[in-house]
Design a binder for this molecule. Structure first.
Ligand code: PLP
Length: 360
């Protein structure tokens, strides 16, 4: 199998798996005072330091959650006016049905002036993603967060698709909170974190004494350990992995362009691993299915919406007509992919495209 769907999820790194297996033997409750509890607590705190370091935060600013989705929804207040962008992940979009949605330019980024116009005197929070899940486009977060700060509005960024791909420093971004998810960086599913700047206002979703009363529930110790291990690997290998994935992404795009592909969101700054391409008249879903039959895993868009024939809301927000948006295929590479795998896909594509054209 050639796995090119790292924005949907990633495999566990062997090192992560090994650390999780040994953490599973530490059965104590991290809240217990005795030795068994203290051993579990130590594992949780070590992982907390690793996750904090990945984004230049303090350990006490990390609130472990059950997922990136929970982190996003924890960040967004239940009351008061909120502002989001038109290309947020459903985890943010679903949090508040009454949010003001800021349009994005056709290149895929939020215009700071449009953002400022959307802020109202009763706005309590703005939530704008760092990197987009479908196109990889990066938003000017430091600039947007500064505008929000000057207006007294709290700022959250969903950094789930940026972590491990670009350097992230919570301080220089100037955000109040930031979401992460372990399974996008070689860690386990079902564990995420919201980083909350010290002193930032905060309203828990689940009440309990854990996580400094910010997220109740006995900690998922093995999941947290896996997250910490993946964060440490991501930080250590960031430069090498981003250079490697950028080279593979560019190799793929050059080959795809030579086959008359169109690219979406490629004109703005973006993460190194993500490519969103389309062929005129070719259904993205059919191409994805045909690639799957050849053992190649790609996606038509966000995993949560694939399988449905609805065009991607992200691509519609970029101004693509419905028919064009339905042609999109997302290729998201990871550190373990090779140039040979990309070449194999490029070799398969002309035949698959021709087959779909003949059938259509
Ligand atoms: C940008 C973004 N935010 C949030 C999430 C949700 O993370 P999780 O799968 O951990 O709930 C995803 C996952 O697809 C994502 O891509």
């Amino acid at each position: 199998v050639i796995y090119l769907d790292h924005n949907a999820t990633t495999q566990l790194w062997p090192e992560v798996r090994a650390q999780m297996a040994s953490a599973d033997e530490v059965f104590g409750n991290p809240s217990s005072l005795h030795a068994a509890g203290r051993a579990a607590r130590e594992l949780v705190e070590q992982a907390r330091r690793e996750v904090a370091q990945l984004v230049g935060a303090l350990p006490e600013e990390v609130v472990f959650t059950s997922s990136g989705t929970e982190a996003d929804q924890l960040a967004i207040p239940r009351a008061g006016h909120v502002v989001v962008s038109a290309i947020e992940h459903p985890a943010v979009m679903g949090a508040r049905g009454d949010a003001t949605v800021v349009d994005v330019a056709p290149e895929g980024f939020v215009d700071p002036e449009a953002f400022e116009r959307a802020l109202r005197s009763d706005t309590v929070l703005a939530s704008i993603q760092l990197a987009n899940h479908e196109t990889g486009t990066l938003q000017p977060i430091a600039q947007l967060a500064k505008i929000a700060r000057e207006r007294g509005v709290a700022f959250h960024t969903d950094a789930v698709q940026a972590a491990g791909k670009i350097p992230i420093d919570m301080r220089s971004l100037g955000v109040d909170s930031l979401s992460l998810s372990a399974h996008k960086i070689g860690g386990p599913k079902g564990i995420g974190a919201l980083l909350v700047r010290r002193g930032a206002k905060f309203e828990p979703l689940l009440r309990g004494h854990q996580e400094r009363e910010r997220r109740g529930g006995t900690e998922n110790v093995a999941g947290i350990v896996g997250f910490g291990a993946a964060a440490a690997l991501a930080r250590k290998n960031l430069a090498a992995w981003s250079a490697h994935t950028a080279a593979l992404r560019d190799r793929f795009e050059q080959g795809a362009l030579a086959l008359s592909a169109r690219r979406h969101g490629a004109m703005a700054p973006r993460v190194p691993n993500t490519s969103n391409v389309a062929w005129e008249g070719i259904s993205g879903e059919l191409l994805t299915i045909n690639l799957d039959l050849e053992g190649v895993c790609v996606s038509t868009g966000a995993a949560c919406t694939s399988g449905s024939l609805k065009p991607s809301p992200v691509l519609l927000a970029l101004g693509l007509p419905k028919a064009r948006a339905l042609e999109a295929v997302r290729v998201s590479v990871g550190p373990e992919n090779t140039a040979e795998e990309i070449d194999r896909v490029l070799e398969l594509l002309p035949e698959l495209i021709a087959r779909i054209r003949r059938a259509g």
